[in-house]
Structure formats: structure tokens, C-alpha cells
Design a protein around this ligand. Structure first.
Ligand code: ADP
Length: 427
């Protein structure tokens, strides 16, 4: 028992077990409250409380109580801190079962020594807990610390998490990158296609108008009966028939392209002699080429070369290739048409159309087969076209199990080859 600052000090006979009575250690008491004035200052007007002080670098905790009936008396008890640690051992052991295998909980005193731990025998650098919190003012500098039983496991998990997150971010970035690239590429493709379609409409209108103008002009001249010269007469008729053929070719190409695009193109396939078909087509086209100053050579095999195909469609491919050879020839007006039978890689028939013209610009060898694509446009080269001839030629050839390919020609010019699977002559 402590006496209030203005009361005399008295002896407290019974002290609670585990606590030493304040009067038992008069010496200690004087250390806790060296002067009555100081003690009164510390407890203020309160009726009860705790008092924690460091005396000789040792923590000392005192509980005190002032009965309201006798305010001049103050009863106090000092806590035996080692005993407190033992009593709290049971509380510290109450670790959440899910975490028991992962963490150790320790009650640390003011010198960071464990006074109670959940896993007896566990050792750690007590000053470096994983997480810690102070207990409060009653026990200053006492802490509850949590330690990892297996820190390497956490490091490993953190590493795995870091790796997973890193990979996830990398994959996300990659996906965003690829997605953006695809969008931009698609946008570019759409824009190009839109531009090509516009060009196509103006090209086709022009291609339709030019032959029509010639046909109208020469037919009017003939109709007026003013052309008396027989040679001129024949030449005008030749022009009219050539321009009509050009018009027919263009209209056929546009119509066929539309049919193939809609999946409505029907082929009337039958066994036919490709050499004979090429010969007939070449002879129909020869007058036109020769009239325009071309030297036209046709190299055909002696024996028939059978393929399974639609005669009109295949003739259209050959005419498109011949017409291109003519259109894209410059000063060297030479066109060669060759038909060959080849055995490798499989038995097939090959029709080659060779010219000594402008040739296809580098890196455009495949693009020229795209719809509406023109490597030599009317603006830069003044050559009219729709950008459909080769697209159609390839589509027709592929529908027959073959292909049309482009190769540069040694010595200048182009070489286009139509390849078709050969069929047995007996079939
Ligand atoms: P176009 O109506 O423009 O001739 P095509 O589809 O037949 O359309 O040809 C596509 C492009 O391929 C042409 O615009 C031209 O640039 C190129 N090309 C086709 N044939 C030849 C050739 N024999 N020589 C050089 N370039 C050619």
C-alpha cells in the first residue's frame, strides 16, 4: 500500500500471488516514486492506473488503486515480469491453426528477448521479426513479433510470384503489341483495298470507254461510205473487231471475277487437248499482235497434251497472259508462247508466255496476283488495265488443280507459266 502524498506510509500485509506487495520492497518503491510530489504528479487525479518506469535500465510496472472512500491512500503492486511472461505463454501459443506450420509468434521484452514463444525451441534473430507490433503503454518496448518458420519458402514463393507476374506482364504486352500490329496491318490492308477499288472503277470505266470510242468512230466512218480504199476498209474493220474483242475480254473478266467472288462460277470440265486449245487461241490472237508490230512465236508439242478442264476458262487465262505480254511490252515487241509436258514433280502440262517488255518490278512478283493490284498503273506508265487479269488467271488455274506463276526472264522481260495436272490420254 502506498500512502497518498499527504498521507503517512503503511504496511500492506497480503499481496496477490505472483505480485510482490509494494510495501515489501520499500527500497524499490523509493526508486519507482523517489518523491511524493513526483508520484502525485504521475497519478494525477485518477483513482487507478498503471505506472511503467525504467529504473537502472530495468522495466518496472506498478498497478495502483485509490479507494474513493479513502482518497489519501493509494494501494500498489509491482508486476513480476518473468512470471507475466510464463502466464502469457498460453496466450502466445494460440496461433491460428492455418498458420501454425508457417509462423512462430514471440513475446519480446524491452531488451528484445523472447519471454514467451509459440514454438518452443525455435530460434531466430529476435531483433528482426517478419512483422511486429508494440504491446502498448502498460509494457513499454514490449513487442509481439511474428517470425517465419521457413523464410526460404517465402523467398521462393515471392520469386515464383515475381516470375509469374513478369511473364504475365510480358505476355500481356506481347498480346497488346501483336493486337495493335494486327489492327494497324488490317487497317493498312483495308485502306489499300479501298484505294485499289476506287482505282479499279476509274480504270474499268476508262477501259470500257476507249474501245467503245474507237468502235463508234470507225463504224461511223464506214457507215458514211466515205472510205473507198479497200485496204483502209479492211484495217478499220480489223480495228473494230479487235476493240470488240478487248471489250469482251474486259467484260468477261469483270463478270467472272464477280462470279468467283460470290462462289457462283461454274466450270464445264472435260478432257481436252491443251496443245490444241493453245494453238486455236494463239491463232485468234496472232493477227492482233502482228498488226501491232509483234513478232509472235508459238512452240507447240507434236503430240496432244490432255488436261481436265473448262476450255473457255483456260482460253481466257491464255488470252489474259497474251494480252499482258502485249500491253507491257516496250520497244522489243517479241512474244513467245510455249507448251510443254513435264514429268516433275508430277505429270503436268505447262503453257509459258514470254515477253521482252518492262518486266514486273522487284518484290511485286506475288502482289500482281492480288485483286486490283497494278504494278504499272495508268498514271505512271500510261497503260490501261483493271488489275483483275492475273487474279482471275490464278483463280481459274487453281480451280483446275494447277497454278499461274511469274518468273523474271533472263535478258529482260517476263515469263508467266500456267501449270495444269496432265491426265492420261486414254481416259
Ligand atoms: P492489268 O489489267 O493491270 O494488266 P493484271 O492482273 O493482268 O491487271 O496484271 C496485274 C499487274 O501485273 C499489271 O498491272 C502489271 O503491273 C503486272 N503485269 C502483268 N503482266 C505483266 C507482264 N507481262 N509484264 C510486266 N508486268 C506485268
Amino acid at each position: 500500500m502506498l500512502q497518498s502524498p499527504n498521507a503517512p506510509r503503511q504496511q500492506q500485509p497480503d499481496a496477490a500471488p505472483g505480485f510482490s506487495a509494494a510495501d515489501d520492497a520499500q527500497q524499490q518503491l523509493s526508486k519507482i516514486a523517489p518523491s511524493e510530489a513526483e508520484f502525485r504528479q504521475l497519478i494525477g487525479e485518477e483513482n487507478e492506473g498503471t505506472l511503467a518506469r525504467f529504473v537502472d535500465n530495468k522495466l518496472s510496472v506498478l498497478f495502483w488503486y485509490r479507494p474513493p472512500q479513502k482518497p489519501d491512500f493509494v494501494f500498489g503492486a509491482q508486476i513480476a515480469l518473468p512470471r507475466l511472461g510464463q502466464e502469457l505463454q498460453a496466450v502466445v501459443r494460440e496461433v491460428e491453426p492455418a498458420l501454425r506450420g508457417e509462423i512462430c509468434v514471440a513475446l519480446l521484452d524491452d531488451t528484445a528477448k523472447p519471454v514467451a514463444i509459440s514454438h518452443p525451441g525455435f530460434h531466430a534473430v529476435w531483433k528482426r521479426p517478419f512483422v511486429a507490433t508494440e504491446i502498448g503503454e502498460t509494457l513499454p518496448h514490449w513487442e509481439i513479433g511474428v517470425y517465419l518458420l521457413n523464410p526460404a519458402k517465402l523467398t521462393q514463393s515471392a520469386h515464383t510470384l515475381k516470375l509469374t507476374l513478369g511473364l504475365l506482364i510480358a505476355v500481356l504486352l506481347l498480346a497488346i503489341g501483336v493486337g495493335s500490329w494486327l489492327i494497324v496491318a488490317d487497317l493498312g490492308r483495308q485502306l489499300r483495298l479501298a484505294r485499289q477499288k476506287t482505282d479499279f472503277v476509274s480504270n474499268v470505266s476508262h477501259e470500257l470507254k476507249t474501245p467503245l470510242t474507237s468502235i463508234r468512230m470507225f463504224s461511223e466512218l464506214l457507215a458514211e461510205g466515205r472510205v473507198t480504199d479497200r485496204a483502209k476498209h479492211r484495217s478499220y474493220l480489223g480495228i473494230i473487231s479487235a476493240e470488240t474483242a478487248r471489250l469482251t475480254r474486259l467484260i468477261n473478266n469483270v463478270l467472272d471475277f464477280a462470279r468467283i467472288d460470290r462462289g457462283e462460277k461454274k466450270y464445264n470440265r472435260q478432257r481436252c487437248d491443251l496443245a490444241e486449245l493453245v494453238r486455236e487461241t494463239a491463232e485468234t490472237y496472232r493477227p492482233h499482235l502482228e498488226a501491232n508490230g509483234f513478232q509472235f512465236t508459238c512452240e507447240l508439242p507434236e503430240s496432244p497434251l490432255f488436261v481436265h478442264g473448262d476450255r473457255d476458262a483456260l482460253a481466257q487465262v491464255i488470252v489474259n497472259l497474251l494480252s499482258n505480254a502485249e500491253k507491257y511490252s516496250d520497244s522489243r515487241k517479241e512474244v513467245v508462247l510455249q507448251v510443254k509436258s513435264l514429268a516433275h514433280p508430277s505429270p503436268f502440262a505447262e503453257v509459258k508466255v514470254l515477253d521482252r517488255g518492262l518486266g514486273v518490278p522487284v518484290r511485286c512478283g506475288e502482289k500482281i496476283f492480288e485483286q486490283f493490284y497494278r504494278a504499272h498503273d495508268s498514271l505512271s506508265n500510261g497503260i490501261q488495265g483493271s488489275g483483275l487479269g492475273l487474279t482471275l488467271a490464278r483463280q481459274i488455274a487453281r480451280a483446275h488443280g494447277g497454278d499461274v506463276v511469274y518468273e523474271t526472264r533472263d535478258g529482260g522481260g517476263s515469263c508467266f507459266s500456267l501449270r495444269l495436272p496432265r491426265v492420261d490420254s486414254a481416259k
